[in-house]
Design a protein around this ligand. Sequence first.
Ligand SMILES: *Cc1c(COP(=O)(O)O)cnc(C)c1O
Length: 366
Amino acid sequence: MIKLVDLDKQYEKIKKEINEKITEVLNSKQFIKGKYLKEFEDSFAEAIGDKYCTGCSNGTSALFTSLKALDIKEGDEVITVPNTFIATAEAICHVNAVPVFADINEKTYNIDIDNIEKHITKRTRAIIPVHLYGNPLDMNKLMEIAKIYKLKVIEDCAQSHLASINGKFTGTFGDINAFSFFPGKNLGAYGDAGAIITNSQVLYEKTKMLVDHGRKDKYIHEMIGYNNRMDALQAAVLTVKLKHLKEWTQMRIKNAETYNKYLKDNPKIIIPCTEPGFIHVYHLYVVRLPSRDKVMNKLKENGIECSIHYPVPLHLQPALRFLKYKQNDFPICEKISAEIISLPMYPELTEDEIKFVCDIINNEVI
Ligand SMILES: *Cc1c(COP(=O)(O)O)cnc(C)c1O
C-alpha cells in the first residue's frame, strides 16, 4: 500500500522532539498567544525572508484576513484562477468581493499572466495568484502588471513553502501573502493552522488586530475583528517541523526527479513543468496522461493511492453558480482538469516505491 500522503513516517522520525515540545506547552498553559506563537511567527518570517508573520487559524482565514487588511470589500473584484482549492475563492466571497477567474497556462498550470489584463475592470482591486502544486508563478512578471494597474497582490502560498524564483521564496513578492499549514501541506501542523507574511508594518499590525478581536490592548478593541488566531500547540508543532522543512523539501524534489526519470521517455505522459531558476517544491506530483480513469483504477488495484487536484474547476462548482460562469469559459483549465492525476508524494517515499508506481503507469499508457 502506497498512500498519496503518508504522515506516519515523518512523525516516527520526529516523535521525540514533537512530544517534548507539546509537553512543554501543556506544562506552560500558554495555549493562546504567548511565547510559542511568537517563536513560530518569528522563525517563519525569518525562514521565508519577510519582516512580519501573523499566525492564523488556517490558510483560509489567512487569505480572508489578508483581503480584509487590504480593505477589499463589496463591489470590488479580485482576479484568481479556477483550478485551485475552493478556499481561494471563498475568502474573496467572505469579504463580499467578486472572484473573477482567469484561465491558466497549459504548461505550468498557474495563472496565464498574458491573459490577466483582459479581466481587469474599473472594479478590479487585487490578484490572488496560486503557486499550484508548489510550482512558483513568475512573480516578477505578475508584479509588473499589478503595478501598472495599481492592483494589490496576495500570493496564495498554501502549496509552495520554500518554492523560489531566482533564490527568492514565494511569499516575498506580493503585498501580503497567505500560507496554510493543513496537516498534508509541505509544512503541516497537527490540526488547522495558517499564516500571513508581509513586509508592511501597517498591514502586519492590522492583521494582528483582525485575527484577535480587533484589539491591541487586552480590553481596547480598535475595530470589529475575528477570532482567527493560531493556537500555541500548533505553533509549537510547526516550530519543531520548520527546522526540518529544508531537508523535507529536498527529499520531495529528489522524489520528483525520480518520477521524471521513469516517466519522461513515455511520449504520452506530460511530466511537471519546471522553469530555469524556479524551484518547484512538489506539494503534489501531477502528471497528465490519456485514459486517466483506466490508469487510476489500475493504480488502486495495486494498492496505490492517487487523486485529482482538482476534478471540478471552481467556475463549475455549485457554490459559485451565482457568478454565472459556464462550461468552456476556461478551456485550458477544463481540458487539464480532465487529464491530470496526482501521484503519491511525500519526502519519505523510496525509489522502489516510485518505480513500482511508474511501471504500472507505463504498462497502461502505451
Ligand atoms: C490548502 C489550501 C488553502 C486553504 O488552507 P486551509 O488551511 O485548509 O484553510 C487555500 N489555498 C490553497 C491553494 C490550498 O491548497
